[in-house]
Design a protein around this ligand. Structure first.
Ligand code: ATP
Length: 647
C-alpha cells in the first residue's frame, strides 16, 4: 500500500514528460541525513560509542554552566545513594515487622528504621527535583549559546557561501535539526547517568541484603531492556517509512491553508487538484498508521509477556531461596521493590542511550558546519577605505559554483565618483553579478577590482562595505516598522555623521506620503502575520527599499532594477534623486532604457561579456544590441503603431 504514494508521485519514463496531474517525487528532508544511518546501527554499536558521546555532552554542559552541570550530575548521584539507603532501611523495617512477638512491640522496634527509610525517600525525592531543576536550567542556556554561535557564523560568511549547494544544505540541516540537538544530548546524558546510578544504587543495596539475589535481578531486567530497544527501533523505522508521505501532506496543507497562496489557488481553481492529491496521500498514510498501531501493540504484548515470565522466574527463585532458608522474608520483600526500581532505571538508561547516539550524529553536523563556516568568513586586509574616487574593474570574471559558463567574463570598466553608469543587457547577461562584484559582495574568480588603485582584497571588508549601498533586485520584506525598514539601511549611524533623515530618504523615494498615510505612520508594522501588522503593495515596498538605499548615503550606490514595480510618478521622483552627485558614484541596472539615457556611460552586456559601451547617443549612432533593445522598447510607446500590442 505504501508503494501507492510512490506510484502516484514517481516520475515517468525518463524520456517522456511525467504525468502532468502528478506532483514530482520528494527528496529526503535534509534533516533526515543521519536517520537511515541510525536505523541500521545495532544497539551494541551504539553502546560502544557511549563514552565518547558522554564526554562530549559533559564538555558542552560544562562550557555552558559549571554550576548547573555539577548540580544535575551530583544531585542525581546523591539521589542514587538515597535509593540505596532507602532500600536498606526498608529491609530493616520489614525484618522488625516480620519478627516474632506482639505487634505493638514489633512496630516500636521498626520505628527508627522506618524514620530512616522515610527520610531517605524524602531526601531522594528532594534531590531528584533539585537535579531536574538544574537539568532544566541547562537547556535554555545551551540553546542560547548554540543558536548564537550558529547565527554569528551564518551572518559572517561571505555571500558566495550561499551559492555553494553543499554549504546551503548543511546550513539548513543544522538550523532545522543539529542546533536543537545540543541541549538534547546533554539531557539524554544526564538521564543516562540517572539511569545507571539508579541501577548501581539498587545493585549495591541488593548486594548488601543478599548477594545471591543480584544475578537474578539482572537476568530479570534483560527482557525489559531488549523490549525497550526493539520498540524504540520499530517506532523509528515506521517513522522513516512514513516521513516522505508526511512531508508531502505538510506541503499540501501549507498550500491549502496559507494567506500567501490563497489568491493563486483560487485564481487557478486548484482546489480540486490539491484536495485529490491530499486525499490520496492521506488514505495511504492512515492505513500505514493503523498498521503501525497494530504491530506496536503486538510488540508490546510480546514484550510484556516475556518481562512477566522473567519476573515470575525471579519470584520462583526467591520462593525457592526462602523455602531453603537462604533468604530472609524481609530481604525477599525488599528484593521485589529493588526489582521494580532497577527496571525503571534500566528503561531510562536504554532510551537515553538510543536517543543520545542519534542526536549526537546531528550535533556533530552542527560542529562541522561551524568549522566550515569559519573558513568562509571573508578575511581581507586591514587597509581602510574612506570614500572612493575610482573603482577599476580589470579583466574580472566570476563563475558560480557548479556552472560551466562564467556569469561575468573578463569585464573591464571604471566607475568614477560623480558619475552615473548604467549596465544594460538581456536577462541572464550578468548585470546583477557584475554589480555584486563591484559592491564587494562577491570576490572575482579572475581579474582584480581596485579601489583607488588598491586591490579590494587588501581592504578591510567592513570598511569597504560601509562605502556601498545596494538596492537589490530581489529585496526582502523585512517584518519591521516602516521607519525601521528605512533605518536599517545604516542602523549604526552616529548622530554626528551627516546624511539624510529617515523622512528625507523616504521623501526622495516618493515613500513619505504613502508612509504617513499608514495607520501608525512610520511606526506601522509591515507584516500581517503580527498583531496590527499592515500589508503593502509590491510598488510600495519598492519605494521603501529605495528609501533605505538613499538613507544609507554611501559613496557607491548600486541600484538593481530600482523601479521595476514603481508607477510612473514614483519612478520619475526616484530617478530625480539618482542623478549625478559630486560625492557619489551610481551604478544603475534597468531594463527600462528610457531611464539610462542620461547616464554618463552605458555598458552593454551579453552572456557575461561587455559588448558595447558609450553614451546613449554614441550607442544609438553605432547600432548593435543597445539600439536594437532601445528601439524595440520605444516602439511600444509610440502612439498609433500597430505593433504596440500583438493582435
Ligand atoms: N547564485 C547563482 N548561482 C548560480 N548561477 C547564478 C546565480 N545567480 C545568477 N546565476 C546565473 O548567472 C547568470 C547571470 O545572472 P545575473 O543575475 O547576473 O543576470 P542579469 O543580467 O542580472 O539578469 P536579469 O536581467 O534577469 O536580472 C545567469 O545565467 C544566472 O542563471
Amino acid at each position: 500500500m505504501e508503494s501507492m504514494a510512490r506510484q502516484r508521485t514517481a516520475p515517468q519514463d525518463d524520456d517522456q514528460p511525467g504525468d502532468p496531474s502528478v506532483l514530482p517525487e520528494l527528496e529526503d528532508a535534509v534533516w533526515m541525513h543521519h536517520a537511515r544511518e541510525f536505523a541500521h546501527t545495532s544497539f551494541w554499536a551504539v553502546a560502544r560509542r557511549l563514552p565518547r558521546l558522554v564526554h562530549e555532552a559533559v564538555a558542552l554542559a560544562w562550557a555552558t554552566s559549571r554550576r548547573d552541570t555539577v548540580a544535575s550530575i551530583g544531585l542525581n548521584v546523591a539521589a542514587g545513594v538515597m535509593t540505596t539507603f532507602g532500600l536498606l532501611a526498608t529491609t530493616s523495617v520489614l525484618r522488625e515487622l516480620f519478627a516474632a512477638g506482639p505487634t505493638p512491640d514489633r512496630v516500636r522496634s521498626a520505628a527508627p528504621a522506618l524514620i530512616v527509610a522515610a527520610a531517605a525517600v524524602s531526601a531522594r525525592g528532594g534531590l531528584t527535583i533539585a537535579a531536574g531543576w538544574a537539568q532544566a536550567r541547562l537547556t535554555p542556556q545551551i540553546n542560547y549559546q548554540v543558536e548564537l554561535r550558529l547565527f554569528e557564523a551564518t551572518t559572517a560568511v561571505d555571500l558566495a557561501a550561499f551559492d555553494d549547494a553543499g554549504f546551503a544544505e548543511e546550513m539548513d540541516r543544522v538550523r532545522d535539526r543539529g542546533m536543537g540537538e545540543a541541549a538534547y544530548i546533554v539531557d539524554h546524558t544526564v538521564n543516562l547517568v540517572t539511569g545507571v546510578v539508579g541501577m548501581l544504587a539498587t545493585a549495591v543495596a541488593v548486594t548488601v541484603i543478599q548477594p545471591l539475589l543480584l544475578p537474578f535481578l539482572l537476568l530479570a531486567a534483560v527482557p525489559q531492556a531488549v523490549t525497550a530497544v526493539r520498540m524504540a527501533r520499530r517506532e523509528y523505522l515506521a517513522m522513516l517509512a512514513r516521513i516522505t508521505r508526511q512531508r508531502r501532506m505538510w506541503m499540501l496543507a501549507h498550500l491549502m491553508a496559507n494567506r500567501r497562496t490563497a489568491a493563486e489557488v483560487r485564481a487557478y481553481q486548484m482546489r480540486g487538484f490539491l484536495l485529490a492529491e491530499y486525499r490520496a496521500v492521506m488514505a495511504v498514510e492512515t492505513r500505514a498508521q493503523l498498521r503501525l498501531v497494530r504491530s506496536q501493540t503486538g510488540t508490546r504484548v510480546v514484550g510484556a509477556s516475556v518481562a512477566g515470565l522473567a519476573t515470575f522466574g525471579v519470584y520462583a527463585v526467591l520462593g525457592g531461596l526462602l523455602l531453603n532458608g537462604m533468604v530472609a522474608l524481609a530481604a525477599a520483600a525488599t528484593a521485589m521493590l529493588a526489582l521494580q526500581s532497577a527496571r525503571t532505571s534500566l528503561g531510562v538508561a536504554v532510551v537515553a542511550t538510543n536517543s543520545l547516539y542519534e542526536d549526537a550524529l546531528y550535533y556533530q553536523d552542527y560542529r562541522d558546519f561551524l568549522d566550515r563556516a569559519h573558513t568562509r568568513v571573508p578575511i581581507g586586509g586591514d587597509r581602510v577605505a574612506d570614500g572612493v574616487d575610482a573603482i577599476e574593474v580589470d579583466e574580472v570574471s566570476l563563475r558560480y559554483p557548479d556552472t560551466d559558463a562564467p556569469a561575468v567574463d573578463r569585464v573591464s570598466l571604471t566607475v568614477r565618483r560623480g558619475e552615473v553608469i548604467a549596465l544594460v543587457g538581456e536577462n541572464g547577461s550578468g548585470k546583477t553579478t557584475l554589480a555584486k562584484l563591484i559592491a564587494g559582495l562577491y570576490r572575482p574568480t579572475g581579474g582584480v577590482i581596485r579601489w583607488d588603485g588598491v586591490d579590494a582584497a587588501e581592504l578591510d571588508p567592513r570598511a569597504l562595505g560601509a562605502q556601498v549601498a545596494v538596492m537589490t533586485q530581489d529585496w526582502w520584506r523585512f517584518p519591521f516598522t516602516a521607519g525601521q525598514n528605512i533605518r536599517v539601511g545604516r542602523h549604526d549611524r552616529p548622530s554626528d555623521r551627516p546624511g539624510p533623515s529617515v523622512q528625507e530618504a523616504a521623501a526622495s523615494a516618493a515613500a513619505h506620503d504613502m508612509i504617513v498615510g499608514l495607520p501608525h505612520g512610520y511606526d506601522t508594522l509591515l507584516d500581517r502575520e503580527f498583531k496590527n501588522g499592515h500589508e503593502l503593495s509590491g510598488g510600495q515596498w519598492q519605494r521603501l527599499v529605495a528609501a533605505r538605499g538613499l538613507y544609507r548615503d554611501a559613496a557607491l550606490l548600486i541600484c538593481d532594477e530600482p523601479s521595476a514595480a514603481l508607477d510612473a510618478r514614483a519612478e520619475h521622483a526616484l530617478f530625480q534623486h539618482l542623478r549625478r552627485r559630486p560625492d557619489r558614484a551610481v551604478v544603475l541596472i534597468t531594463h527600462r532604457l528610457a531611464n539610462v539615457r542620461h547616464a554618463d556611460r552605458i555598458f552593454v552586456m551579453d552572456r557575461g561579456r561587455l559588448v558595447q559601451h558609450g553614451s546613449h547617443d554614441e550607442l544609438m549612432a553605432a547600432g548593435g544590441l543597445y539600439r536594437e533593445l532601445f528601439e524595440l522598447q520605444a516602439s511600444g510607446y509610440l502612439a498609433g503603431t500597430d505593433d504596440a500590442l500583438p493582435r
